[in-house]
Design a protein around this ligand. Structure first.
Ligand code: FAD
Length: 206
């Protein structure tokens, strides 16, 4: 600032100003707040959205405790190698190593500190994708699949997520759930026609 320039006055002052309330900005805001900074977040949209809200929410983490609990051998090094194999050589390869090395810490931080719920395996379903009550009986007409339901990964919720099988679980159970729901709806229609027919017959008789 030039010597005789008047000091700028601000309505509010913060240590850290985050521009954009997507996943990156919000995580940065929580982290900065946790580190003792005063934080403000500005967002150009009238409501929180961005690509993060649109995303399917899959976050890979290599070497997490969740993997260790189900004896999945993985490491940030293997993850970085995978990423570079898919991307091919590029001019920012040194940057690929940083987030992959951080991935396990991030996933565990999201669970432990940011309290993001991982819904994988949330609802118990049977092989026809019926949602089951806690006593194991199906809720007629309610079907679930994908990350909202127990699938390939088992019944241990996020603990049981078998990496790389999310889409198979989602699309596979979606296929079953769609067919079963259509079949259920057809049965309902047929039953209501039969009931109608029965009522008409009874009406004719009385
Ligand atoms: C359909 C879909 C599915 C996806 N699925 C996955 C997935 O499963 N796994 C995965 O890893 N990635 C996925 N992605 C990619 C992932 O969502 C993005 O890489 C990630 O969300 C980017 O986060 P971000 O915070 O940088 O951006 P955003 O979430 O887009 O947030 C940026 C925010 O900044 C705001 N902003 C921009 N300019 C300004 C400004 N000048 N002033 C104030 N605010 C501003 C925007 O309005 C927006 O809210 C998916 C993306 C899409 C679209």
């Amino acid at each position: 600032m030039a010597k005789d320039e008047p000091a700028t006055e601000f309505d509010a002052e913060f240590d850290v100003l985050i521009v954009g309330a997507g996943g990156c900005g919000l995580v940065a805001a929580i982290a900065a707040d946790a580190a003792g900074a005063s934080v403000a977040v500005v967002e150009k949209q009238s409501r929180l959205s961005g690509n993060t809200a649109l995303s399917s929410g899959s976050i890979p983490g290599a070497g997490t405790r969740l993997q260790a609990e189900v004896r999945i051998k993985d490491s940030p090094k293997r993850f970085a190698e995978d990423v570079l194999r898919v991307s091919g050589p590029h001019d920012a390869e040194h940057l690929a190593a940083r987030p992959t090395a951080l991935s396990a810490e991030l996933v565990e931080w999201l669970i432990d500190e940011a309290h993001v719920s991982l819904t994988q395996g949330g609802l118990a379903v049977d092989t026809h994708a019926h949602v089951l009550r806690t006593d194991g009986t199906p809720i007629i007409g309610l079907f679930a699949g994908g990350g909202a339901a127990t699938g390939i990964s088992g019944r241990r919720g996020s603990d049981g997520y078998v990496s790389g099988n999310g889409l198979l679980s989602a699309l596979g159970l979606g296929l079953i759930a769609g067919r079963e729901a259509a079949s259920h709806a057809a049965d309902q229609r047929a039953a209501s026609k039969t009931k109608l027919h029965h009522n008409v017959q009874q009406g004719e008789m009385t």
